[in-house]
Every structure is written in structure tokens, then in C-alpha cells.
Design a protein around this ligand. Structure first.
Ligand SMILES: Nc1ncnc2c1ncn2[C@@H]1O[C@H](COP(=O)(O)OP(=O)(O)O)[C@@H](O)[C@H]1O
Ligand SMILES: [Mg+2]
Length: 605
């Protein structure tokens, strides 16, 4: 139930300018929108900052002269400015919205593309749910906020500068008096925003714990009920709900204190302007009535950009962790990728008919030479591992769980790279061949085959996208899947559901076998494809395996030894070592571990 802290921290630290400056580059493709938006914010601030003196001038004119032509002209200007005001608001909302959508699209695409390129080892340490959150909510959080922050920085700072300048021009001394509220306003904002940020972060954390607790207890409801653990689960949930209420109350209270403080400070500013200006007015030494009103309007307006700016900075701060994670994902360099030399050869071969990376196309041998490999440094899996397999050979890997069988085929397919030693294809290090070409030579059927939502036809065709319907049917026949598919109401057009959930494991197995056969790979891998299926499906798969193994280089990992009796070579693997290597007959004769295992399996049946 605990999450890896390294994966899931929300920081409350200072705003990381470098990170955000780096993020600005995502706006580049949309720079016209960004400029439009900032321009609109700028224009809006100018209009807003110049309205008060215009109002003041109109009031003075009306008091001193009555309704004159000049007053009408000023009224006209006022109307025009209101229209510009409305237009700029419309423009920046539109531009910010388009910018947010555009950036979100780019970020998601970027993350998606990166996820396709990253090797298995990347996914080993990151839960799927965590990755989904990165691509969905983190991208949205960042792209939704960034335009508004940018806009408010332009609008707010223009506005502040405009207001201060205008006040100082109107009456320097009075301006200084009014601005006396700025320091307390900034301090109060700073203190409260920090606290509110902390309490809302606690709220979010508790909320995700509640969500996790919900989904865990729903997923595990059968286990919970059968073990009679309902009340313990309820207690745990109660604790979380209590914490949530505490955090929410704290957050609401902080808001309830903060907003009045801001309002009071604002009124104090207006009060100071009114008092000082009023005294001047009385003694006839200072402002006109109109200008005093303009001044008071400024005093009211003053706290607005400060509020907005601090709110946007808080937004930025709370989106920072999301931005860091998105940026981290975008910058993640795939640890398994083509070397510069291979890339150069691929580039040179582009457009010609020759082999894409200049190497041989037919795989004659695969050699493991002195391989040392570990997933985690403290847990070596293979040490000094040697193995040579040839075209046409079918290799069965058997032995206890955790012995390293899957690891061996994962290394062969370069899903991982050895920490030491070399893997050679026809005598050439596999790192000197194109990764894409090499992996395309493999057809792999896994223990828990994955189907994509869609029809059976689409799922099989995934093995070779340009295959026609007849080729798909042929592959299904070869795999022994054709009959059960025909028995379904809508046959090949049957919808398999999300992840294939509407089919049984055996059926999924047959479809994924057909998919692998359609690709017609040089190297075939079946990793415990027969361990979780019924005997009827097993018979079907057995027939398909025999078909697949003839003439191909194949690796079959099986628990049920009956499936691999006909393999050319059977390797007994334990603790990363090949203990026995030979045909079924040879190993039975040797009367070693394989023979023991075999006798054990058949004693039971
Ligand atoms: N992705 C992984 N990350 C860390 N350890 C792993 C990973 N996959 C396998 N292992 C470990 O490597 C060892 C060999 O596993 P594996 O090759 O899957 O064995 P087998 O297929 O023979 O059951 C086991 O101890 C297993 O726990
Ligand atoms: Mg395995």
C-alpha cells in the first residue's frame, strides 16, 4: 500500500526557475498564440490602468463645465476603451485555451513516444498506474497552468507598473502613502499562500490514499470477505477519512482568515488615500475631486495584480512536481538503443534495396559468451553463462521457477543487455545490429498473452499489418485457433474486450500464437504458454508448437514436460546455470535432474 517515495513526492520548495525556463520551450511551436496572449494581457493592463484618470477627468469636467463637447469626446473614448477591454479579454481567453490544448497535445505525444522507446528495465520499477498518471494528469496540470501563469505575469506586472506610475504622476506623496499597504499585503499573502499550499497538498495526498484504499478493497473484496477482514479495512479507511476532514477544515479556515485580511488591507489603502487626499482637497492645496476618485480607484485596483500573481505563483509551485516528472520522462534516455555506428549505417541504407543495417539477414547462430547479468546489482542472475544455438534447432528450457529461463530469452531478444560478456548474431555482437531489425526477427508468445481491445481479426493482424484476411485465417488455422473462432457468433469480427478479457486464457493464447505465426519470425519464443490452460487447448497448442518448431530457431519454456519431449535440445536451468543439455532420450538416460523432474510429473498422472 505504500508508494515509492522517490516516484511520488510533491515538493513544497521554491519555484525552480531553470525547470520552468526549460519548459517554456514547449511553447515554441505555438509561439504565435503565446505572443497573441501576452500581447492581449499587456493591452488589457494598459486599458485597465488608464481608465481611472479618464473617469476622474470626466468627473472634473462635468463638475466645472457641465455637459460640454469635450465631455462627450471623453465619453466616446471611454466607450472605445471598454470595447478594447472586452476584445482583449476575449482574445486572451481564446489564446490561453488554445495554447493549453496545444501544449497538452505535444506533451502527451512526447511522453507516449518516449514510453514506446523505453526498454523493459524502465517499466520494471514503475507501476503502470504511476505512468498513466504521468501521461494524463501531470501533462494536463502543467499545460493548463502554464498559459495562465505567463499571461498573469505579463498582465500583472504591466498593471502594477502602470498603476504605480500613474499614481506617482498624479500625486507623488499621496502615492507613497497609499503604497504603505504593499509590504503588509505581500507578507500576509506570502505567509498564507504557503500554508494553504501545504494544507491543500495534504488534502491531495490523503485523497489519493483514499482512492488507493478504495480500489484495493474493491479488487480484493473476495479475499477480504473470505478472511473476514471487513472491520480492519473499515478502521483503516476511517483513519484516512478523519485525516481528510482535518486537512480540509484547516484549508477552509486559512482561506476564511486570509480573504478578510486582504480586504481590510485594501480598504486601509483606500482610507489613507481618502483621508490624505480629502485634507488636501479641503485646504485647496492638492487634487481635484475627479483625480482623488481616480486615486481611490487605483488603491482598490492595486491589490488585484498582487493577488493574481501570488495565486499564479502558487499554481506554478504546485504544478512543479508534475512538471519535473513530465520533463524527467521526456528526457529519459532509452538505455537500449542503436549505437551511432548502427544509426549511420541505417541512414546510409535508407532508400536503397540493401539490408537496412548492412548485416546478414538470415540468423544462423546466436551465441551467449561469458554473460553476466543482474536486474539488481545485489542479485546476480547469470554468471559466466555460455550457450550457442543454431538455425533450425528447437531449444526447450526447463527447470525450477526463478532459475533464469525467461531472463535468457529476454536477453536474446535484447529486451535487456548483459552487464558483461557478449551476445553474438552470426558471430557479430548484437549491439552492432539494428535493434528494430533484431527484435522484428522474434515471435513471442507469453504466459499471459496481451490482446488489444478490438476484433480478433485486428489482433491477429497486429503481427503483420499488411497481411490480408486470408493470411490471417491461415495463421489462425496453423495455430489451431480457427475452429473456436468460427464457433463464435461474429467469428473473426468478435470483439475481444479490453486486454482480451472477454476470452478465456486458452483462447487468448491461441490468438497470440496465430499473431506470432503471421509475423513468420526467424526465432520463435514460447514462455510457459501452456502452463495456465486446459488440456484441450493444450493439445491444440501442442500441435501448433510442433509446426512452429520444425525448421525454425525456437525457444520453448515449459512446465509441462510433455510439451517439449520432441525438442532438439532440452536445457535444464537452475540458478542461472545449464545443468543438463541434451535430447529427451539422452537426459533420461543420464538419469539426472531432468529425469527426476520427468518421473515426478508422470508419477502424478
Ligand atoms: N524484471 C525483473 N526485475 C528484477 N528481478 C527479476 C526480474 N525478472 C526476473 N527477476 C528475477 O530473476 C530471477 C530469474 O527469473 P526468471 O528469468 O523469470 O526465471 P524463470 O523464468 O526461470 O522462472 C528470479 O530470481 C527473479 O526474481
Ligand atoms: Mg519465466
Amino acid at each position: 500500500m505504500t508508494h515509492d517515495p522517490g516516484l511520488d513526492d510533491e515538493r513544497s520548495g521554491a519555484i525552480d526557475l531553470r525547470l520552468w525556463m526549460n519548459f517554456i520551450k514547449h511553447l515554441k511551436p505555438h509561439r504565435r498564440m503565446a505572443f497573441t496572449m501576452c500581447g492581449a494581457g499587456f493591452g488589457l493592463a494598459i486599458v485597465e490602468a488608464s481608465l481611472p484618470p479618464l473617469t476622474g477627468m470626466m468627473i472634473d469636467e462635468a463638475i466645472e463645465q457641465g455637459v460640454t463637447n469635450r465631455l462627450l469626446v471623453m465619453g466616446g473614448i471611454f466607450m472605445a476603451m471598454m470595447m478594447i477591454f472586452a476584445f482583449t479579454v476575449w482574445l486572451f481567453i481564446k489564446a490561453a485555451g488554445e495554447l493549453a490544448t496545444g501544449v497538452a497535445y505535444d506533451l502527451r505525444n512526447g511522453c507516449f513516444q518516449r514510453l514506446q522507446e523505453l526498454p523493459f528495465s524502465f517499466f520494471d520499477v514503475r507501476p503502470t498506474g504511476w505512468l498513466v498518471t504521468r501521461v494524463t494528469s501531470d501533462c494536463a496540470k502543467v499545460s493548463d497552468r502554464m498559459p495562465w501563469v505567463l499571461l498573469d505575469i505579463f498582465w500583472g506586472s504591466t498593471m502594477l507598473i502602470g498603476i504605480c506610475t500613474a499614481m506617482m504622476i498624479i500625486d507623488f506623496q499621496l502615492a507613497l502613502w497609499t503604497m504603505a499597504i504593499v509590504p503588509p499585503l505581500v507578507i500576509a499573502t506570502w505567509i498564507f499562500k504557503r500554508r494553504m499550499l501545504a494544507s491543500s497538498r495534504d488534502m491531495r495526498r490523503t485523497n489519493s490514499a483514499i482512492t488507493a484504499s478504495f480500489s484495493e478493497s474493491i479488487n480484493g473484496i473476495r479475499t477480504t470477505k473470505s478472511l473476514n477482514r471487513e472491520s480492519q479495512n473499515l478502521d483503516e479507511f476511517d483513519g484516512l477519512a478523519d485525516a481528510m476532514r482535518g486537512h480540509s477544515m484547516r484549508n477552509a479556515l486559512q482561506a476564511a482568515v486570509f480573504l478578510p485580511i486582504v480586504a481590510v488591507l485594501g480598504s486601509i489603502g483606500v482610507g489613507i488615500a481618502l483621508w490624505k487626499g480629502g485634507v488636501q482637497l479641503e485646504t485647496g492645496t492638492g487634487l481635484s475631486i475627479g483625480m482623488l476618485i481616480a486615486f481611490m480607484e487605483y488603491a482598490i485596483l492595486f491589490s488585484m495584480p498582487i493577488q493574481e500573481l501570488s495565486a499564479r505563483l502558487a499554481d506554478l509551485q504546485s504544478a512543479q512536481a508534475a512538471a519535473e516528472r513530465v520533463q524527467g520522462l521526456l528526457e529519459e534516455v532509452p538505455s537500449i538503443k542503436d549505437s551511432p555506428e548502427v544509426l549511420a549505417r541505417l541512414e546510409a541504407a535508407r532508400g536503397t534495396d540493401g539490408p537496412p543495417d548492412g548485416g546478414e539477414q538470415v540468423v544462423e547462430t546466436i551465441e551467449f559468451r561469458g554473460i553476466r547479468f543482474h536486474y539488481k546489482p545485489e542479485e546476480p542472475i547469470l554468471e559466466n553463462f555460455d550457450l550457442t544455438v543454431r538455425k533450425g534447432e528447437s531449444i526447450a528450457l526447463v527447470g525450477p521457477t526463478g532459475g533464469g529461463k525467461s531472463t535468457i530469452v529476454n536477453l536474446a531478444a535484447r529486451f535487456y543487455e548483459p552487464n558483461e560478456g557478449r551476445i553474438l548474431i552470426n558471430g557479430v555482437d548484437f549491439r552492432d545490429r539494428s535493434l528494430e531489425w533484431w527484435q522484428a526477427q522474434f515471435g513471442i508468445v507469453q504466459q499471459v498473452p496481451h490482446l488489444f481491445s478490438g476484433t480478433i481479426m485486428e489482433n491477429i493482424r497486429y503481427g503483420r499489418l499488411e497481411a490480408d484476411d486470408e493470411a490471417v485465417r491461415n495463421a489462425a488455422r496453423q495455430a489451431g485457433a480457427h475452429e473456436f473462432i468460427e464457433r463464435l457468433d461474429d467469428g473473426y469480427e468478435h470483439d475481444v474486450g479490453e486486454g482480451g478479457e472477454l476470452l478465456s486464457t486458452g483462447q487468448r493464447q491461441l490468438i497470440s500464437l496465430a499473431r506470432a505465426l503471421l509475423a513468420d519470425p526467424q526465432i520463435f519464443v514460447m514462455d510457459e504458454a501452456t502452463s495456465s490452460i486446459d488440456t484441450e487447448t493444450e493439445t491444440l497448442i501442442q500441435a501448433a508448437i510442433d509446426e512452429v518448431m520444425t525448421g525454425r530457431l525456437s525457444f520453448v519454456i515449459a512446465h509441462r514436460l510433455s510439451t517439449i519431449r520432441d525438442a532438439d535440445r532440452i536445457l535444464f536451468i537452475e540458478s542461472g546455470c545449464i545443468l543438463e543439455d541434451g535430447t529427451h532420450e539422452e537426459l533420461m538416460q543420464a538419469n539426472g535432474r531432468y529425469a527426476e523432474l520427468y518421473a515426478g510429473q508422470f508419477a502424478g498422472t
